[in-house]
Design a protein around this ligand. Structure first.
Ligand code: SAM
Length: 279
């Protein structure tokens, strides 16, 4: 008998994205969430947490390059970076590429996600054991509230604002992120779909303004496996405006850094081409 196995994520109550499954590689449950890794025909290996696509081998480069490089190239000399969430390791992999970065604190809630990705998604998790990376398994909300450390760049690579990630979208969290950044620090967070979650993006912008950030910019892109296929990151900066970055300088630095999506033109383009209604 031949089985035709499909996986479906309900992206809204009336919309689902389905993919035919080649193989089920991992299925487990931690104290925080259900974890699955499947292999698929069109998107390669896919990490699923609580029945929600988190990342896929096929389109992850768009997400991971855009959550990290625009901030890391806007800051002239980022040395200390905090990554909150991002258990698959894709964001850490991109940060490690920057020669100026001396240390990366990687604060992820769920050790089981990291273990599963290390075993089954090495293309993403390959730099987690890099000596510059200090991994802490704890809640990022609690971490920023309690730490006295300061970072040049903070990247919040979180899931949807439900369960343990809910507080990562609340006012208090942004105040603590502001406190944990150096005087010229920059933060970036994935902030959902600009089509389905416009109110959330607006709320996050207001919370960041309240927290004290002077420069707040949406960064939109296309990520096929996320709800609506249209995605937003919010960039908040204390001093440097990404639109004032020197393209030639970025081009020069990129000679040492391998990227697929991001370059000096994308750096300006993603901030210039903000849809009118999001401005
Ligand atoms: N790119 C993905 C997206 O947009 O959905 C996010 C991927 S990454 C796997 C999300 C990670 O955030 C998960 O591994 C989860 O365990 C972690 N996480 C959730 N809440 C957290 C919290 N409060 N503190 C730290 N990590 C958290």
């Amino acid at each position: 008998m031949k089985f035709d196995l499909w996986y479906s994520e309900y992206q809204t109550k009336s919309l689902k994205l389905s993919t035919k499954v080649k193989d089920v590689l991992y299925t487990g449950k931690s104290e925080f969430q259900e974890i699955q890794i499947i292999d698929t025909y069109d998107f390669g290996k896919v990490l699923i947490l609580d029945n929600t696509y988190q990342t896929t081998e096929r389109d992850e480069f768009i997400y991971h390059e855009l959550i990290s490089h625009p901030a890391l190239f806007t800051h002239p000399n980022p040395k200390t970076v905090l990554v909150i969430g991002g258990g698959d390791g894709g964001t850490v992999r991109e940060v490690v590429k920057h020669p100026s970065v001396e240390s990366i604190d990687f604060v992820e809630l769920d050790e089981k996600v990291v273990e599963a990705c290390k075993e089954h998604m090495p293309k993403l998790s390959c730099e987690i054991d890099n000596p510059k990376v200090n991994t802490l398994f704890t809640d990022g909300i609690k971490y920023v509230a309690e730490t006295e450390k300061k970072y040049d760049v903070i990247l919040v690579d979180c899931p949807d604002p439900v369960g343990p990630a809910k507080g990562l979208f609340e006012e208090e969290f942004y105040k603590n992120v502001f406190k944990c950044l150096t005087d010229d620090g920059i933060m970036v967070q994935q902030t959902e779909s600009p089509l389905f979650n416009t109110d959330l993006i607006k709320d996050v912008g207001n919370y960041l303004k309240e927290a004290g950030f002077g420069i707040i910019k949406p960064l939109v892109c296309t990520i096929p496996t996320y709800p609506s296929g249209f995605w937003n990151f919010t960039v908040a900066s204390k001093k440097y405006n990404p639109l004032e970055s020197d393209r030639e300088e970025i081009k020069e630095k990129l000679k040492e850094i391998d990227t697929i999506y991001y370059d000096e033109d994308v750096h300006i383009g993603v901030f210039l081409a903000t849809p009118k209604y999001l401005k």
